[in-house]
Design a protein around this ligand. Structure first.
Ligand code: NZQ
Ligand code: ZN
Length: 385
């Protein structure tokens, strides 16, 4: 096991009816900017519930944050923070609203063009406005982590920042607020959380036994309950378990003391920036090819995964590994995700521009050993058609 420092300062307030408690978390007298997306929180009544819970506070609203939040949109929110003298941010929504609001939190305290924060990937950024979250979509894990992924349309860029300054102070996780999710978003959330576990688990054998078991526990739960959520969207226990899985998948716990990969995510971000593909769709289409190309390197872990998650104990090691990859792909398909880039209108002719984009964003040494070069990505992409 590697040395590590583990710290997660986000207070998780979990369960039905917990939105009513948010005023305990925000200092009295704060001027609060409530941020949200394209309007689902208005339709579902979550925004009204949040406002009712904040009676007595000065509230300003900023809506219209798009999926894959953009620099262009979030700069308008930063202007609002300054003009309205905001001192607390409250993100109400999914990963996009939370990520966009994290960018506002650091951007509003930055002396210069906030895009520089993204170019630095958040390095050296220690100042941010305080931020709270009311989560409506379990997927990204942004509600209790120090990351934000921001797109800049004019540059075809989608890149992430990492700074402890953007850890939310608190996050309300009320599973009943996920009942209104379109089926597609339930699928996306399960697969995104699954792939977050994979990026931290599917590396090399580290004798990090507890982290492995934590990771496998999340994978088992997602595989068991993901399909049930599609059939029974208002099953509280199913929704509660999936919500907790998504948070635990990317709050630092399973990353402690182990190497991390993230190459599928980084290539996926290029696909979103270039072709507008949804985040989870990129992961489902890329992961089988990536695993196949990297299967020798990840041999021991793929065997462990095959045995513990899918019960694969028969046949040669190579056969078991191929079956483990096939089972993973089949699970994505059970969750209605497409596992082929041609299903998204791409052809092999797109490969050179995807590789060019990776190079332009300095994504040329990916993976746990920084040996996933554009050439390795090319081989994986070839297998994704
Ligand atoms: O915009 P509204 O109208 O609110 O609708 C949203 C949006 O269209 C809708 N939605 C959310 N909650 C709902 C709901 N509709 C009905 N009922 C509800 N309760 O769902 C749609 C998708 O929302 P979005 O926030 O975009 O989805 P998600 O949570 O999957 O976030 C995706 C973003 O997170 C980033 C992704 O790259 C992507 O930009 N990620 C962030 C990470 C992080 N910060 O650690 C890590 C992840 O790997 C990921 O990259
Ligand atoms: Zn993700």
């Amino acid at each position: 096991m590697n040395n590590f420092v583990y710290e997660n300062p986000t207070k998780i307030i979990f369960g039905q009816g917990q939105i009513s408690k948010i005023s305990r978390e925000i200092p009295a007298g704060s001027r609060v900017l409530i941020t949200y997306g394209g309007g689902s929180v208005k339709k579902t009544g979550v925004l009204d519930e949040v406002k009712a819970a904040l009676e007595g506070y000065d509230i300003v609203e900023f809506g219209g944050i798009e999926p894959n939040p953009t620099y262009e949109t979030m700069m308008k929110a930063i202007e609002m923070v300054h003009s309205q003298k905001i001192d607390y941010l409250l993100a109400v929504g999914g990963g996009s609203v939370i990520d966009g609001t994290k960018f506002v939190a650091v951007g509003a305290r930055y002396d210069g063009d906030p895009w520089e924060i993204m170019i630095r990937r958040g390095k050296g950024i220690n100042e941010a406005l305080p931020l709270g979250v009311v989560l409506t979509l379990p997927a990204a894990g942004s509600e209790s982590n120090p990351r934000a992924v921001i797109s800049r349309k004019s540059m075809n860029a989608k890149i992430s920042l990492y700074s402890h300054a953007v850890f939310p102070r608190f996050a309300v996780l009320d599973p009943t607020k996920t009942y209104t999710l379109p089926i597609k978003q339930i699928s996306n959330g399960v697969i995104d959380a699954f792939m977050h576990v994979f990026e931290q688990y599917m590396t090399c054998q580290m004798e990090a036994r507890l982290q492995d078991r934590f990771a496998e526990g999340i994978l088992h739960t997602l595989i068991e309950l993901g399909p049930v959520a599609l059939q029974e969207p208002e099953n509280y226990d199913v929704r509660a378990n999936l919500m907790l899985c998504a948070t635990m998948a990317l709050n630092g716990l399973i990353a402690a003391g182990v190497p991390q990969d993230w190459s599928t995510h980084m290539v996926g971000h290029e696909l979103t920036a270039l072709y507008g593909m949804e985040h989870a769709s990129t992961l489902a289409a890329l992961a089988p090819g990536m695993l196949t190309v990297l299967k020798d390197k990840k041999h021991a872990k793929l065997l462990q995964y095959g045995e513990r998650i899918w019960g694969l104990t028969e046949g040669s090691e190579d056969e078991r590994i191929d079956q483990a990859i096939a089972k993973t792909k089949a699970f994505f398909e059970t969750m209605n995700l497409k596992t082929n880039l041609s299903d998204h209108g791409l052809t092999r002719d797109n490969i050179p521009e995807i590789l060019d984009s990776l190079r332009a964003h300095d994504m040329v040494r990916l993976g746990e050993d920084q040996d996933v070069t554009p050439e390795v990505v090319r081989q994986a992409l070839e297998l994704s058609f």
